[in-house]
Design a protein around this ligand. Structure first.
Ligand code: EPU
Length: 431
């Protein structure tokens, strides 16, 4: 087990550089299966979800070369239709993109039902509805999704999503790129990583328009060629460091960001009394006083992201007054509040609403990372708390944050990573 040991109470000062967007990378890597040629991708975050996907692609026969920590060269032109290993696929939610790309490239897909963070039931009915609109026959049996294109391949179709879904939007897009004719996806998600995936595919020869609006049109092409692409900075990693500076205090310059993607987080932090200064591709967050209360409702982009909900909760836990969070995306994304309460936070959860009465201080203790973003929130809370904290199951955090220990240490945090054999271990000093 990986655990982090954090000694809290020290403000953060310095500069941090944001890595490439995880949720763009985890779609783009499977998308290389659609390309007949070599893809060179820069700014790929070095995180465990990416390493897992590379393992899956390599197992399927992709030729992968690492040209630097964040630059990959991937050639899938000679990959044959194989079933990706179930034990790897089950460990990552984004493996659902293999269904769209295999269906698009081979006309047939057999992929184990995806895993990922558990926020309640996470169906993929909208993905399946989209594949069916392109003429595919999709069945689910024995823990696998099996999809077959009709004779002559997938045909362009019209899909109106019942729910705004990031995964369904990208997956239908992936399946449609090599289909015959025009596909229209309505009520689609507008997240920056959707635009990034469309830009990547267009750079390889696809014909996609409208990404970033709620109607995407895909004109099918015969093949995609290799090319070069650089992934956008990670909106959520940037937001996490913004909330860290806000909750812990100090002054942090966050480099390699697209400030526009952070508008809703910037606005919320300003409302809470934090000073946020935007530059062309960086943002400074300064926090010297106690935070003010605020309310947040998570929504699809450009609303406040659900993936920032646990981190902003830590700010609210330390703010003056009562704050309310309404979770608008998932059924069950408040599991981490029990862990925050152990540190002294005062949080009442009722269904999809959390009422947070701000406290003067949090206290270090042993807590668990329930999932990726909850884990990041625990790190922030531990840095803001008095005393020593141990965060168990920190491997979740490493699914989505490149070198979080190195980046936070450079900002003055006292944090270290330990690998332990037993679950319960005595807390040690981090000096
Ligand atoms: N939904 C359905 N049916 C579907 C698809 C989604 O009912 O077919 C529901 C989901 O259960 C959820 C809502 O629609 O209640 C939105 O889900 P969405 O499909 O947008 O989420 P996702 O594609 O499974 C991605 C990110 C998540 C992020 C969400 C929302 C990846 C690999 N994951 O998940 O990222 O929370 O979009 O923005 O891109 C994270 O990075 O920590 C993370 C969990």
């Amino acid at each position: 087990m990986i655990q982090y040991e954090v000694k809290g109470g020290k403000p953060l000062h310095g500069t941090v550089t944001i890595s490439g967007a995880k949720n763009a990378a985890v779609a783009m890597l499977p998308a290389t299966l659609l390309v007949d040629g070599v893809c060179r991708i820069e700014n790929v975050p070095d995180i465990s979800d990416v390493r897992l996907l590379l393992e899956i692609l390599a197992d399927m026969g992709a030729r992968i070369q690492r040209l630097g920590r964040n630059t990959l060269q991937i050639d899938c032109s000679h990959v044959h239709n194989t079933t990706a290993p179930i034990e790897l696929v089950r460990r990552i939610r984004a493996s659902y993109y293999l269904i769209g790309v295999e269906l698009g490239r081979f006309g047939h897909a057999r992929v184990a039902m995806p895993g990922g963070c558990n926020f309640g039931v996470r169906p993929i009915d909208q993905h399946i509805k989209g594949f069916a609109a392109l003429g595919a026959n999709v069945e689910q049996a024995d823990g696998y999704v099996c999809a077959d294109a009709p004779e002559g391949g997938l045909q362009g179709g019209h899909v109106y999503l019942d729910i705004v879904s990031v995964g369904a939007t990208m997956n239908i897009l992936l399946a449609a790129v090599l289909s015959n004719g025009m596909t229209v996806i309505e009520n689609c998600a507008k997240e920056p990583h959707i635009v990034d995936l469309a830009n990547f595919l267009n750079a390889m020869g696809a014909k996609i328009s409208g990404a970033g609006t709620d109607v995407i049109k895909v004109r099918g092409v015969k093949s995609l060629r290799g090319g070069f692409y650089s992934i956008i900075p990670d909106q959520i990693e940037a937001g996490t460091y913004m909330t860290a500076a806000a909750a812990v205090g100090g002054s942090v310059l966050i480099e390699n960001v697209i400030p526009k993607h952070l508008d809703c987080i910037t606005a919320k932090l300003r409302e809470m009394g934090v000073r946020v200064t935007e530059y062309d591709d960086s943002i400074r967050v300064e926090s010297t006083r106690r935070l003010r209360r605020a309310n947040v409702k998570t929504m699809p982009y450009p609303g406040f992201p659900t993936d920032m909900q646990p981190q902003i909760a830590v700010c609210m836990a330390l703010a003056e007054g009562t704050s309310i969070i309404t979770e608008g995306i998932y059924d069950n994304r408040f599991r981490y509040t029990g862990e925050l309460s152990r540190m002294g936070a005062n949080i009442q959860v009722e269904s999809k609403t959390a009422v947070i009465d701000g406290v003067d201080r949090l206290y270090g203790c042993e807590v668990r990372a329930c999932d990726l973003r909850a884990g990041a929130a625990m790190v922030i809370a531990a840095m803001a708390a008095d005393g020593l904290s141990t965060i168990e199951d920190a491997h979740y955090i490493e699914r989505g944050y490149e070198d979080i220990i190195g980046k936070l240490t450079a900002l003055g945090a006292q944090i270290r990573r330990v690998e332990v054999k037993e679950r319960h271990k005595e807390v040690q000093s981090v000096g």
